[in-house]
Design a protein around this ligand. Structure first.
Ligand code: FES
Ligand SMILES: [Fe+2]
Length: 414
């Protein structure tokens, strides 16, 4: 992210902190609770957003070199993502062209040849059929027409994007819009290094899971012992880019950094930058770590979802260390002590993983399961999204618009 923009956002965050202000959507809106429980709506969402819309599979760093691969079943299709000998990204249907066996069940690895475990046909990382065992006995096969089935895919701005339909079209620039595309490019996401993942499979609708990323109003009450130790609640800077948005938060360390010359300011070290990418992706930067969260509905149970949380090191985000300052290496062991000092905080992957367990799983998503139960009871017609929760207005109005539903109704005091 360009430095001038980081400084501009930090000034706005400091203004919010100093004056007890925050973002203001200008109104309260009502969200029907059926949006989290209606099976017919869920089926339409699945088709429209998860079958007919491009999907972020990961960041480029998940395929760090030629021969790298990973598999995914989150979109209901077995996918084998590879980087071929020439470094090109592919997303194949993970099914052998003989009789459909999965070529590999590994989550990820490195190889240039995939030998089918069923009858040992072999395929290259670019999808070509290389060999048929006992070809004479099997019979003549046109190898040019029996390569792996390839899904449309694009690698750009450090994002690995796939379209679940064979004839799907991915126009990433049109989807992101020029302003967000430029901002994402400025992060140089292609340099992020994959460090591992966590999976949260819990009884809450995918949109409730998404809602937990959409406001900081709950920090002071829900995250008293966890995230609120590290981050300021309430203060937030919010911006929309078409169907996507960005929410910036301030960490406690902004109070130290504000004393330094502006030229040394660094937003990822003074807070967190969270992008929401339509329809189901959150990309969060915190110190020199990035977290990519993709939230998938459970097709059988409306009130269940799976969040795949990938962790990356972001080497190009320079750590801000004031001269002579102590550097505090933050791990899972000292995560919530760290904020009590004024030392520079540098989170590692264990700290970020812990953050996603102790905060997101045990607090945010846990609370989301309660919200889900309330919605499922059918006794509450709607939930309220406040003036200080604009990202929730935006997310819900967006997906409603995409489905041809009217925008959320304003709540007014009678
Ligand atoms: S199914 Fe793959 S070789 Fe037979
Ligand atoms: Fe939270």
């Amino acid at each position: 992210m360009k430095h001038a923009l980081q400084v501009e956002i930090m000034k706005e965050l400091l203004d919010h902190i100093d004056n007890n202000r925050t973002v203001d959507a200008g109104k309260i809106v009502m969200n029907p609770t059926s949006s989290y429980t209606d099976p017919e709506l869920a089926e339409r969402e699945w088709k429209l957003f998860f079958q007919q819309h491009p999907q972020v599979l990961g960041l480029s760093g998940e395929l760090p070199k030629p021969g790298s691969y990973f598999t995914s079943k989150d979109l209901g299709i077995p996918i084998l993502a590879t980087r071929d000998q020439d470094g090109k990204f592919h997303a194949f249907v993970n099914a052998c062209r003989h009789r459909g066996a999965e070529l590999t069940e590994d989550a990820r690895g490195e190889k240039h040849r995939f030998s089918c475990p069923f009858h040992a046909w072999t395929f290259a990382s670019d999808g070509r059929l290389l060999g048929i065992r006992q070809n004479e006995q099997f019979g003549k096969v046109d190898k040019n027409c029996t390569g792996l089935i390839e899904l449309p895919s694009v690698e750009k701005y450090g994002l690995l994007v796939v379209h679940p339909q064979l004839d799907g079209v991915i126009d990433l620039d049109a989807l992101l819009g020029p302003e967000l595309a430029e901002e994402l490019a400025s992060w140089q996401l292609d340099r992020c290094v994959y460090e591992g993942e966590s999976v949260l499979d819990m009884p809450l609708n995918w949109k409730i899971a998404n809602d937990t990323f959409g406001e900081v109003y709950h920090f002071a009450s829900l995250h008293t012992k966890t995230l609120a130790q590290v981050l300021h609640g309430d203060a937030a800077v919010y911006k929309e880019y078409g169907r996507h948005h960005r929410l910036c938060l301030a960490s406690k360390y902004i109070d130290v950094m504000r004393q330094a010359p502006e030229a040394e300011w660094s937003l990822p070290y003074a807070g967190a930058v969270a992008y929401y990418l339509f329809p189901n992706t959150q990309l969060v930067f915190l110190t020199s770590m990035a977290v990519l969260v993709r939230i998938y509905p459970n097709r059988k149970v409306v009130g269940q979802s799976l969040s795949r949380v990938s962790h990356y090191k972001v080497p190009q985000v320079q750590a801000y260390v004031p001269s002579g300052a102590q550097v505090n290496a933050v791990t899972n062991d000292n995560l919530y002590d760290a904020a009590n000092t004024s030392a520079h905080m540098d989170l590692d992957v264990t700290a970020v993983t812990e953050l996603f367990v102790s905060t997101v799983e045990m607090e945010d998503y846990y609370m989301g399961t309660k919200t889900q139960s309330a919605a499922a009871s059918g006794k509450l017609e709607h939930f309220l999204f406040g003036r200080n929760e604009p990202a929730l207005h935006h997310f819900h109005n967006n997906y409603r618009d995409a489905m041809g539903l009217p925008p959320l109704t304003e709540y007014r005091v009678a």
